[in-house]
Design a protein around this ligand. Sequence first.
Ligand code: KIV
Ligand code: ZN
Length: 547
Amino acid sequence: MNSKIVFFDTTLRDGEQSPGVSLNLTQKVEIGKALADLGIDVIEAGFPITSPGDFEAVKTLAKEVKGVTIAALARANPKDIEVAWEALKFAESPRIHTFIATSDIHLKYKLKKSRSEVLELAKSAVKYALSFCSDVEFSAEDATRSDWEYLGEVILEVVKIGAKTVNIPDTVGYTVPMEYYKLIKFLVEKLLLAGYEEVLKKGDLRISVHCHNDLGLAVANSLSAILAGATQVEGTLNGIGERAGNAALEEVIMALKTRKDFFEKNLGYPLEININTQKIVPLSQLVVKYTGMFVQPNKAIVGANAFAHESGIHQHGVICERSTYEIINPEEVGWTGSAIILGKHSGRHAINFKLKSKGWKFDDEVLNHIFERFRTEIKDILKKIDDEYVEGILIDLFSEKEYRYSLISSQVISVYSGSLKPIAQVEIEDKKLGKKVSVGLGVGPIDAAYKAVAKALGYSFEKNDKEKFLKLIDFHISALTGGTSAEGVCGVIIENEKGLRTAGLGKDGDIVIASLKAFLKALNRLEILEEKGKELKSQVLSFKSRS
Ligand code: KIV
Ligand code: ZN
């Protein structure tokens, strides 16, 4: 078999058939160009007969996306093929992809045709498509529920006519890896017996696989088919597509790359996979953005948690040596940033790693104190623990005495209906400038209170010439217990004009007060970071050296 695996992406055709997904032309072209950059060999740009939008998309991609084969889908009839060609004809490397179902279920209920009629239609379609374009792919829809002998006959006949790729779709996601392996092997052997060994070796004839995910087996089935001799694999980014979707191409690619050793050993020849895998995650995120179909966090390769380690044991392992718990380097697929996520299972190693990555140096005693406060004050309270909360503990340990602001009193009035606005008054002790009093109006009482504090201390959430700009990066409130008397916890992250970020946590039976406590804590820490962050980071912090 040929060493090269041809990757055929159908995100823009089968993927766009996902319920609720509709991409516009600009988005399709952007995704098409990104697929070409990724190194995809064939992009199925649409099904031109189905709508003017699909026709335009194929035509535009054919004209604008270079260095890749552009395919258009057509049923096995002259009109579909003519329209597909009309849309495709400007492509650098065009491919007509024609299909007809071969299973008895489809023949009886959908096509209402006999096996010999369908065979004739398949042959005529391939012949007609070849009159326009030398690169023709034929798909036997619902192949996995077709009679194998009949399927084999159809495949041999279309190959005889000149189809260069024969696709064996598992249209309804029905097959399982071992069965699909046997089916592909059966077809390979048929082709070998018919004398196609040389063309298969050269890659001038390819068996392709196209799996749907109804049983969650699309990727496993595709890989199994490759082991049986398939050399083209079809799928979509993020696995989007009809019903449960198609095989996720990024998973197939990374499985082949990561377990190349296994595939090569079992195939008995080297595999060629020409994909720029670092482009996978950015492209996956582009597809999410345009389709609105989110990727589950635990999805392989492109899910937000695919490389996130939260448990203390795993974090320790990965910090010591990445390969202990990672089979792929996240950067290899385009992830940036740290894979260590602070959470309730994190241990000292993760905290040490996080703070050291931010430039802090400290001894073991300090680390123990930070960990103890992390354990007792943070870990059971916050669902998502941003690094700034842990850094805040360190700043407290070495500078709390110098904190400049404290809340003396506050009063907040909520408003229901009418044109009045919620109003807050705050009285703050500023160690440098004395008592400050201010008033704020807001959308709600917390908004009003934050505006009052910001104004009192010379900050603003809007850019202006007189006050220091402050950006609210994150704000959330949750109840520690149930009931109306529950204690509220507020977490807030703020950022100043220079990009310095700090967090604050506040607890109180009154959620406005909890929010104010969190905000003042974050502001105090921010001022310390601004004034002496560099000095603190220039030394190894220890309690002995604390002033
Ligand atoms: O799933 C399927 O059978 C298809 C064919 C048109 C290739 O998408
Ligand atoms: Zn499909």
